[in-house]
Design a protein around this ligand. Sequence first.
Ligand SMILES: Cc1ncc(COP(=O)(O)O)c(C=O)c1O
Length: 420
Amino acid sequence: MSNNMMFYGCDVAELVKEYGSPLYVMSEDDIRERCREVKSVFIDKYPNTRAVYASKAFQTLEICRIVQQEGIGLDVVSGGEIFAAIRAGVNPADIVFHGNTKTYGELKLALEENVGTIVVDNLSELALLDELAAEMGKVPGIVMRITPGVDSHTHEFISTGQEDSKFGFAIQEVIDFATEKAMKSSHLDFRGFHFHVGSQLHDNMSHLMAVDKVLDMLTVIKEKYGYVPRELNTGGGFGVHYAGDPERTHVSYFMDPVMEKIDAYFAKTGDPRPMITIEPGRWIVAEAGITVYEVGSVKTNAAGRTYIGVDGGFPDNPRPALYDAKYEVKAVEKYDEPYDQVVTVAGKCCESGDILIWDAELPKLERGDHIAVLCTGAYNYSMASNYNRVPRPAVVMVSEGKAHLSVRRETYEDLIAREL
Ligand SMILES: Cc1ncc(COP(=O)(O)O)c(C=O)c1O
């Protein structure tokens, strides 16, 4: 019996022997389980609801197919994500297209592909889409993204719902002009509204405050224009377990009280309750992923700090540098040995800020050993770069003890393939 770390029935040391290092390993079983949980505690529990996976968290053709098989739609934020979703075979009707600055080309692509819902972010986009839809003879379904003006108390770079945000319409703008403009357009099917308060939330307060604000806004809009939405999208943001954070939150902890408020409101107005959409991203994939690295150097500096240098870092996971994100780490071959060393896990880039984990507890490691950083399934692969011309790792998918290559490792040839 080896002491190696196991991940969903696979020996991680064997995976790295076969597929190389660094390596993203994703559990298909975990992704499917999360999708099924969303289905049972939200979609099946409440009629006229749906979930779309915020694929910016981790988008590959295979993941698009997995979530589609599980009955979850897809939230996309760019022409590239639309292109990949369509290539993966996602039903365009199940695609929700976001973005604070959608280009003409991206909107055109969305219309050509008959993307089901376009989340309009601002007045100029509303005007452009109206014009483009008329030209192309299309009537896209739209919802308006609202900035609800609530602070979600998460890192400022993943907080989106506060008043001073680059995303969405101000509530007053929706009341004063945007609703009327969208209602009057015969080229837009104006279905309702969207908000997303922020990401990695373990507290439902900002969701509930945002719902209150949006419901108050609906009262004014109904009085002023007689408009009742057919869809309300309450975004994503459900938190997962990173180092130092609570355990993964339950979708029902967020959505049960949200649904209670919305149902009570429409019971009072007597209007039919709109379809409710949610957009979990991180929650579906974060804990399903680990990143495995090989230890290249072990050294203690003059200040007494011991650095474990690994063969990846900032290019495959920019989150520690961007958001001060904290991760847990395990030793792969020395999984069961005492974690009695306090070390700093450093990435390989020429940046002092390329530190994956400060003060990690690990067994005594040496060159050639491997470590696995946990909970890297969201916003790692999708945020990866080639900084320092470091090729992106492969992605291996594991399920029921079996592994297969999902995305091949980048080669040096890939790195220069576009250079003329
Ligand atoms: C509009 C929108 N929906 C959904 C998400 C997904 O958030 P999370 O991954 O925290 O669930 C985001 C994340 O930025 C977003 O901007």
